[in-house]
Design a protein around this ligand. Sequence first.
Ligand SMILES: NC(=O)N[C@@H](CC(=O)O)C(=O)O
Ligand SMILES: [Zn+2]
Ligand SMILES: [Zn+2]
Length: 424
Amino acid sequence: MGLLLTGGYLLDQRTGEKVRRDVLLEDDRIQRIAETIDPVGHECIAVNGHLIVPGFIDVHVHLRTPGFEYKETIATGTKAAARGGYSTVVCMPNTRPVLDSKEMIQFVYDSAVKEGNCRVFAYGAITKGELGEELTDMHALKEAGVVGFTDDGVGVQEAAVMRRAMEQAAELGLPIVIHAEDESLAGNGCMNEGEVSRRLGLPGIPGTAESVHVARDILLAKQTGAHLHVCHISDADAVEMVRFAKSQGIRVTAEVTPHHLLLTDEQIDGTDANWKVNPPLRTERDRIACLEALLDGTIDMIATDHAPHTKEEKAKPFQTAPFGFVGLEFAFPLLYTHLVETGKMSLAQLVEKFTTSPAKVFGLPGGTLAEGNPADITILDLSQENVIDPNTFASKGRNTPFKGMKVKGWPILTITAGTITYRA
Ligand SMILES: NC(=O)N[C@@H](CC(=O)O)C(=O)O
Ligand SMILES: [Zn+2]
Ligand SMILES: [Zn+2]
């Protein structure tokens, strides 16, 4: 007996057209895709004309375990992921202790088996304790199953440390994933440096704090042959450098967040830390550069950088509150509404940035619907319109500037490895 999804539509990979298909899942695989499949002997789910897409993949999520379970746990973070249509997340190592050893990675993977509600992969840290000095045992981390290396939360300040990390990563065949931030330029800034920060009298983080590191690491990737992946890109010059690097055949990929695609520093009034994130919301010019780069393929994928913090932490003054937004539970409808419904990009293109592209870049399971592939599936109701309401979140975090926004195109069913993980 399999699980049969009847009466739904798939997106044709080539034309982007919606085509009527039944999809049969058996165990953890897609068994068959056809115009009609005989339901006899199967458990049926009537999809009622909704859209069947591959389960979403988010390569940038903070699950906060271990050490910050008051912000998020693997149980709550992966439940939030399933509600957002995600089958797979990759979690960040800026926990306490940092995920910088085989044992810590094993701890996260064991916890995910016990309490997880989607597939969980982890990055290992580049440096011990994310202190930027001593490299981790990257070979051991690979054996433990990491999908790449990052010190996300902080930039690796020393170029020579990054060079040695890239040499190792190139040898191991895994990507170096950068939080591009030069601390000597970022200083104690709390928002983008520019007209708005000056008007509000708040210390700024210049775009160069990001672009200088992106430039440096592109050159080091060229030198070492490592695969460089740029996290949460937000600056127009950084984007331009990724475009240049790709044109030179340097192995660089990049992700962008929903907030850097939709928001700017002009919307910040300096009173609400739910608008504080790193990298900071930048100018309209930067936002447009990110959007254009997403459309032309310079930016490969969308990642939420889901970064939960408590209400108390985010109630602090703008200068002292922690950086970060949650994003897992509404990323797709948010972007569907603002990018697809407005005609800026096609539905097929948006889905690709949530599925096929991250799977391909990081070698993750899922990402495409084909017979024999993993049964990781999301069903979308493109006409369903809801308000983004933090009170309904499964995440412990409620920190989002998108609160109260009405958006369309919500996930109504998520299946991971053949198991239903969310049903509206
Ligand atoms: N993005 C953020 O503003 N915060 C992240 C760290 C990070 O992604 O750099 C966090 O861990 O809270
Ligand atoms: Zn970061
Ligand atoms: Zn992050």
